[in-house]
Design a protein around this ligand. Structure first.
Ligand SMILES: [Fe+2]
Ligand SMILES: [Fe+2]
Length: 208
């Protein structure tokens, strides 16, 4: 159906947001499992619960404009999730580096949501629907708080990722060294065994 007025545009934007929130609701618990920092994980789990409330608020906003709640496919959010999944698959990051990357993925998602809510709030204001403005403002405030949390935690989270990456590298180095040492011992033992065998052969042929 052609979009020809602000009411229809708002309906489209709400549908886009509903799709985005439902997509995030599926992706966020998976991303939370990639995180080892307990504070970050707890905050992400809290945001999952907030997102459930955001879906309800969007459904109420549809009601407030007299429309049935319907999600509209949102390629923007799908692109952000795809970017995360592609990085994981193609770059094969170590666990600490995946966690560091996830800070950026999370921040990108929050900023996408912030832009979308600000857009819909502006349209709702323009058509004078205060109920929709109030509902969307609740969601926007949660997104802003989440973005702030990620930004404020980023410094210490990146430091922790660097420390963990160094520990993984040291462990790998030690394992490599251990394997090399074991290889050298085996080689020496084989050499010794060979020498013993040929000495025995020499002794045997001398006795004949
Ligand atoms: Fe959200
Ligand atoms: Fe969010």
């Amino acid at each position: 159906m052609p979009v020809e007025n602000l009411h229809e545009l708002l309906k489209h934007e709400l549908g886009d947001l509903l799709f985005a929130e439902k997509t995030i609701l599926k992706a966020l618990p998976k991303m939370a499992r990639e995180v080892s920092n307990p504070d970050m994980r707890a905050r992400m789990e809290e945001h999952v619960r907030e997102t459930e409330g955001q879906v309800t608020n969007l459904e109420r906003a549809f009601e407030a404009i007299g429309e049935r709640a319907k999600a509209e496919r949102c390629p923007g959010i799908l692109g952000l999730i795809e970017e995360h999944d592609d990085f994981k698959k193609e770059e094969e990051p170590s666990k600490p580096m995946l966690e560091a990357f996830d800070l950026g993925s999370g921040l990108r998602v929050e900023h996408y949501e912030i832009a979308a809510y600000r857009t819909s709030i502006a349209i709702a204001k323009a058509i004078g629907n205060r109920d929709v403005v109030a509902l969307l403002k609740q969601n926007l405030d949660q997104e802003l708080a989440m973005a702030k949390f990620i930004e404020q935690s980023a410094g210490s989270a990146l430091q922790m990722a660097a420390t963990n990456a160094a520990a993984v590298a040291a462990k790998k180095g030690a394992a490599k060294k251990g394997a090399a040492k074991q290889g050298a011992t085996k080689k020496a033992a084989a050499k010794k065994g060979g020498a013993r065998k040929s000495a025995q052969q020499t002794a045997d042929s001398a006795a004949e």
